[in-house]
Design a binder for this molecule. Sequence first.
Ligand SMILES: Nc1ncnc2c1ncn2[C@@H]1O[C@H](COP(=O)(O)OP(=O)(O)OP(=O)(O)O)[C@@H](O)[C@H]1O
Length: 560
Amino acid sequence: MIRLLLRESRWILLASLLTGLGSGLGGAGLVAVINQALEPGAPEGLVWVFVGLAVWLWAARTASAFFLVRLGQNVVFGLRLKLSRQVLAAPFARLQALGPSRILACLTQDITNLAEAFRWLPLICVNAAMIVGCLAYLGWLSGPLAAMVGAALALGIASFRLAEARAWRGLKLARECDDALYGHFHSLAHGIKELKLHRHRREAFLGERLAETAARYRHHYLTGTGLSIVAGNWGNSLFYVVIGLVLFVLPDYQAVGSEVLRGYCLTILYLMSPVGGLIESLPVFGQAGVALKKLEILEQTPEEPDNPAPLSSRLFPKPALLELVGVTHRYYRGEDERSFTLGPINLKLQPGELVFLVGGNGSGKTTLSLLLVGLYTPEQGEIRLGGRRVTDANRESYRQQFSTVFSDFHLFDSLLGFQGRELDAEARAYLTQLRLDHKVRIESGAFSTLELSQGQRKRLALLVAYLENRPFYIFDEWAADQDPPFKNIFYTEILPTLKARGKTVIVITHDDSYFHVADRCLKLEEGQLFEMPTAEWKQTRAPETDTGHDWGKTYAEISL
Ligand SMILES: Nc1ncnc2c1ncn2[C@@H]1O[C@H](COP(=O)(O)OP(=O)(O)OP(=O)(O)O)[C@@H](O)[C@H]1O
């Protein structure tokens, strides 16, 4: 963590450490002054030294705390952005393997634990400086007495180190439970309907899952922090042993004189507060250490090369032929489970082609679409666009050729990443066409609401895809949530219009009554891709539906 701090801003750190040290030494000086004031015949001007030291202590403590809190927040801010960037730069398959719960736990819990440690950091510095100052004063009072206190401190530290490994293990196990807890909270938030409607399921979820994991967390956390507290307090109590020894057991030390003994006892009692503060902070730092280790999972995730080329200098020609040559993708799972392999896939998609992709559940349609858009990297074979091979160096640019609405799409509350003065007007025209104008308004690129039905949300996602205006479109079962009139509009107006604009459109669908709309129908069976014979799908007829709509005309009017 210190390395992290140093990297962020070594000058603020240095300033805060110096002021922390100053405040600690000021505290020790204050004890010396108090001790002197208690002696008969204390010098007259001592009161001004006392006032000066008190003011200095206040100023140094405030400055040190201010510097370190600021530094801590800088680090937390930097870490939040850095880790979010790292998540965005990690390969999609790796993020899928990590799972959302682990990523969320890192981005929230671990950063919070680090922030908590930074909150404690100023106190640690002040306390450490105070301990050093008090020890120096003790040394000045009596060398042998200071050696005894030093020995008690060393014994305390050694016993803490003995317990530390087990304490660390407890905190680490507690942190592992965090990942599972986030998974349960995710189920709680997203499965609320299913849990409310089924009493036994709800009780099993609460009792067997959530409570069990939360109890495991509590057990490991208490083991971790409990050991730190016991070992730390044992170290602190050693000071009483030292005071008792000197006052009642070792007569030689009584020979040093009552003033020295009083100063000695006073300083030790004063010393116990900073030592106690240090002990209290140890579990917090233990947790921060565990958090840093966990964050390494994200930090060590390989990054995809970022291609900063502006969109105007696209690497791929338009319109372009998209080719998949011997492309495969495999999901690796546990030894005992059957793994799924897609491909080898050989496929050519011409510009302006409208292609339907069909197949049973689990046949590999979504996997193929993830390969097509460049979110998965082919394990074997290659993808070519306009004759140019897609590689790590140009994959980022390649992905910018696709507009998608996946079945698990996400809607942002505004048109992020879009520019242009006509944006609102264009978006509003589409809202009207998508029959959403009575539900959603768009102001400065922001949607007034996302509280919509699933079918309406999908229409909004379609609107975003339209505005993107890219050469390739992929819709994953888009029409599944649409009412019959709008399903008809989608297949008979929206898709042909996109085709007419020269877009290559891939539609994953089970709507066999609309297959005739397509130029080609591809079928996936257990990861193998076939071209369906035209006779099998060209005869299909759409159900009679009056839409009262002319999408093609509107689309042309809005003119992307
Ligand atoms: N992230 C993953 N990890 C491991 N296996 C996966 C993963 N995603 C999908 N699979 C497996 O790959 C196979 C193909 O899945 P895919 O989602 O591509 O099918 P699909 O044709 O889109 O199915 P559906 O019509 O149900 O959406 C399935 O057997 C599935 O179990």
